[in-house]
Design a protein around this ligand. Sequence first.
Ligand SMILES: [Zn+2]
Length: 291
Amino acid sequence: MNSKGIQYVCINCENTLKSLEEEWLWHCQSCGLDVSLLDNEKYNGKDVIGWTESASLFLKELRENNACKLLDLLSQYTDLKGKKLLDIGCAAGWFLSVAEKYQLIAIGIEPDTGIAQKGLDKGLDIKTAIFPDESIIDSKFDIVTFNDVFEHIKEPFTILSDVHQQLNEDGYLIINLPTSDGFIYRLSRFLSKLCYKPLFHRLWQKGYVSPHLYYYSNTNLKSLVEKCGFKLVAKDHLDILQIKNLYQRINHEGKINRIVSSTLYFSIILVYPLYKYVLPPDIMVHIYRKD
Ligand SMILES: [Zn+2]
C-alpha cells in the first residue's frame, strides 16, 4: 500500500503488492514480480518516444543471431521444417525472415500499421491487427512466439488462454524477454535507489510509446505460464550486447556527449567478457509445450 492507500494485487500469486521507491513501480514480495503503472499517461508522460529506424539497424545483427540461437534450441525438441509459426507483435518481421530460413511457414501479427508495412514491403506475411484477430482466428499454429513483447502485455492470462486455443496439440510457445534476474536490471535498480534513474527508466522504457508493464523472473514467469496449460521444457538466455556496432548504438540518438559515450564504450568492452560468461543474463528464453 502507498501513502494514498491504494492497493494492487499480484496477477501471478494474488498477494498484495508493495509500493517501491518510484510512484509507478510495485513489487510482489511473495513471487518477486515487478509491476509498473507506465500504461498510465500520468506516469509515462505525454510526449512519448516512438520506434526509430536507426535503433533498429544497429540491433539487426544481434537480433538475427539471437533468433538463430532460439530456433536452434527449439529444433532440439521438434522438427521445424514446414511447421506453422505465429510471431505475436512481430514489428517489421525481423524474426519472420530468420524463421523462413529454417523452412518454417512464418506469419506475424503487428498492430502498428507503419512498422508492419515495412515487413509487408519485404514480402513477409504480416497481419496488421491486434492478437487475437479474425484474420487468423480459424488457423491453428505449431509454434507461437513472443519476442520482446510479453513484458508489454497488460493481461497475460487472457493472451495465454487465446494462444492455448490457437496452438495445435503438442504445439510450442516461446517467450523471450528482459528479466529481473539480470545483472543490468539489478545494477540499474541499485543506481536508481542512489538517485541515478536514467538507466532504470530506460530498461522499463519509461517515456516510450509502449513501456514495459512487468519484469518477470525465471521463477514467476514459469509459474504464471504453467497456470495456463503449458509445461516448461527448456530455458536459456539471449545476448543483450555485441561489441560490433556498439559505439554507433550508444550514440545513435545523439544525446550523449563524446567523452561520456567513449567512456561508456570502453567500460563495456572491459567488463563484456565478465558479463557474457559470468554474470546473470538479462534476456531469458522459455520454451513451453502445450500440456
Ligand atoms: Zn506474486
